[in-house]
Design a protein around this ligand. Sequence first.
Ligand SMILES: NC(=O)c1ccc[n+]([C@@H]2O[C@H](COP(=O)([O-])OP(=O)(O)OC[C@H]3O[C@@H](n4cnc5c(N)ncnc54)[C@H](OP(=O)(O)O)[C@@H]3O)[C@@H](O)[C@H]2O)c1
Length: 221
Amino acid sequence: MNRLNKTAVVTGISSGIGLALTKKLLNEGYNVIGTTRSGVLKELSHPDLQIIALEATDRQSSQQAVERILTLTGGIDLLINNAGAAPDVFAVEPEYQSFTQTLNTNITGAVFFTEPLLEHINEGGQIIFISSNMGLPENAAPNGPGYRLSKAAINMYAAMLATRLADSSIRVMPVHPGWVQTKLGGDQAPLTPEQSAEGIYQGILTGTQSGKLWDITAAVN
Ligand SMILES: NC(=O)c1ccc[n+]([C@@H]2O[C@H](COP(=O)([O-])OP(=O)(O)OC[C@H]3O[C@@H](n4cnc5c(N)ncnc54)[C@H](OP(=O)(O)O)[C@@H]3O)[C@@H](O)[C@H]2O)c1
């Protein structure tokens, strides 16, 4: 039995930030429902961790994941949309395949996974989007067309959702997790996934303004 009696749903926990965040939340006493594409996670097993399958670009997979989550929990305290892809981050010209894969994963997948879960977020709960400061207009640059647009879109969705939920006690937090040593971030990144997870957790505790981007680099540097 978990110590907090609180449930977190985290997408994309097979590696990187999602895996580190899952370990952090388990340490803090959360019950975690994590998603991987295969529905299996070899790297970690814990009595308070349940793994379910989610392919974010597949509508049926997303619907089945939501159904499965609702059989496992009566209410969600933290919904963390972390799964993401960045296949065009070094490209300048949009290329159809990588562009649509990125948007399907990072924005369409996140929106249509979140929407059916909204009514199951507990009072005082939080909806978190692992976004990026690459999606901020002031950080516009030629590279990563699909990636930058997807993160700009998720920042806007988070801000919109915050206005929709303004009369509730549910907070929405888009997050810049820093530049992190992961499959997506590469080896040169200055932050470990554990440092990033710690910064995200500080945002969860801090009570940031709903809908505003939480930049963890301000918290961990
Ligand atoms: N690393 C950075 O510097 C950085 C900076 C800013 C923002 N972010 C964001 O942080 C989040 C986590 O990324 P990461 O850096 O931890 O990279 P990562 O290690 O590559 O993790 C990405 C996770 O997303 C999953 N995923 C990718 N495409 C998916 C799909 N179509 N359906 C379901 N799951 C999918 C991956 O699953 P598989 O293992 O099956 O591919 C993996 O579990 C992403 O949203 C990313 O944009 C990262």
